[in-house]
Design a binder for this molecule. Structure first.
Ligand SMILES: [Zn+2]
Length: 140
């Protein structure tokens, strides 16, 4: 139902972090550039060495869309719902795609789509969906 790849070993530390309420971002051990999504090689210097950094989970809405049918069956009943791209405060070049929610355990279609604004300050929350904890966003 969810479009996740549980066998993606590059991303495993990211999902272990979300399960513990932490937003971990991969960073190059050679040049320090952060990257999302996780991947084996640095896009800047091609180093294969990396570390994981715990970030604050604060950011701003960089862009968003409002999803309407036709959608995949698992998402059909939730429409219309928002999908936001969040630029992280520590590194606005690192952006995560998620949903803006009104409560830490709230559904993804609870916010009035007409109220979304680019540049709004948000903070991460983690919602368990099936066996993963998804990063989602609340207004800060
Ligand atoms: Zn690098």
């Amino acid at each position: 139902m969810l479009l996740l790849d549980p066998d993606d070993t590059d991303a495993a530390p990211f999902w272990q972090g979300t399960a513990h309420g932490e937003l971990l971002v991969q960073a190059c051990a050679a040049c320090g550039r952060r990257r999302m999504p996780p991947r084996p090689m640095c896009f800047a210097c091609r180093s294969l060495q990396h570390t994981w950094q715990k970030l604050s989970g604060r950011g701003t809405i960089w862009s968003f869309v409002v999803a309407h049918p036709p959608l995949l069956p698992a998402y059909q009943a939730l429409a219309p719902y928002n999908v936001v791209t969040v630029a992280l405060d520590e590194d606005p070049q690192v952006r995560l795609v998620g949903n803006l929610v009104a409560r830490a355990d709230g559904p993804i279609n609870e916010i009035d789509p007409a109220s979304l604004r680019i540049g709004e300050a948000v903070r991460v929350v983690f919602q368990q969906v099936d066996d993963v904890f998804l990063p989602r966003w609340m207004r800060a």
